[in-house]
Design a protein around this ligand. Structure first.
Ligand code: HEC
Length: 125
């Protein structure tokens, strides 16, 4: 194998090893920005469910500092997994027997939803 080809293959290997952590890992800090823009009016900036709109709602928006979740959205027998939370955000709580006030968010892409889930997880006290 010639030396240049070895160097190129080496570079590709490094890129492949580095990509997953930089491109695909959920980013709670990015999630915080999206959360504050779209979710905090109900869930509150601290995630306690006490935003200006949320305080008036029944049922109340989930308090993320408690870390308890209601829906087993993927139907695998365990509620509140990352996948369940993701589905509730993407399709709304009503799709899983919950409140229509927790509306679906089809405008958020997969990466944004993963980031929000990471942020929600970080709020548990
Ligand atoms: C209009 C108010 C409102 C907004 C805006 C809102 N939510 Fe909610 N959310 C609710 C309510 C109300 C519930 C409780 C639903 C229920 O118990 O049936 C809830 C519940 C949830 C749950 C709990 C799911 C579970 O299994 O317990 C998650 C996660 C969630 N919201 C995420 C979000 C995210 C992320 C956003 C922003 C992209 C958002 N919400 C925006 C009102 C809102």
């Amino acid at each position: 194998m010639n030396r240049n080809l070895t160097a190129v293959l080496g570079t590709i290997a490094v890129v492949l090893i580095t990509l997953p952590s930089t491109t695909w890992a959920a980013d709670a800090a990015a999630g915080k920005t999206v959360f504050e823009a779209n979710c905090a009016s109900c869930h509150g900036t601290s995630g306690k469910g006490d935003g200006p709109v949320g305080s008036a709602l029944n049922p109340a928006p989930r308090d993320f500092t408690v870390g308890d979740f209601a829906f087993d959205a993927d139907g695998n027998g365990t509620k509140g997994e990352d996948g369940d939370i993701k589905l509730v955000i993407q399709r709304g709580a009503m799709a899983y027997g919950g409140s229509a006030l927790m509306a679906p968010w089809p405008t958020l892409n997969e990466e944004q939803v993963d980031d929000i889930v990471a942020y929600i997880r970080s709020l548990k006290e």
